[in-house]
Ligand binder design. Structure first.
Ligand code: ZN
Ligand code: ZN
Length: 78
């Protein structure tokens, strides 16, 4: 696996929400998150894991970001 900047601390763990311009915080790796929290996530993420995106999830470190203000969630491959 390639080195992940977010996990290793040299990449930003926050990003700007495209919807409300609030702060989206890193919630950790999607692959870890899905086990415990998949019922709360948008269906598209579980679809991604079951679909073609599966190989990317395993090869890359994909992080889940959730906006503190509006609750928007998004994933970002590092
Ligand atoms: Zn990572
Ligand atoms: Zn937001």
């Amino acid at each position: 696996m390639q080195e992940c900047g977010v996990c290793n601390g040299w990449a930003p763990s926050e990003r700007t929400c495209p919807k409300c311009e609030g702060v989206m915080r890193d919630q950790g790796r999607v692959t870890d998150f899905l086990d415990d929290y998949s019922p709360y996530l948008d269906q598209k993420y579980t679809d991604l894991v079951d679909g073609d995106f599966d190989s990317s999830l395993n090869e890359e470190c994909v992080h889940l970001f959730i906006c503190e203000d509006c609750g928007l969630n998004d994933i970002q491959a590092t």
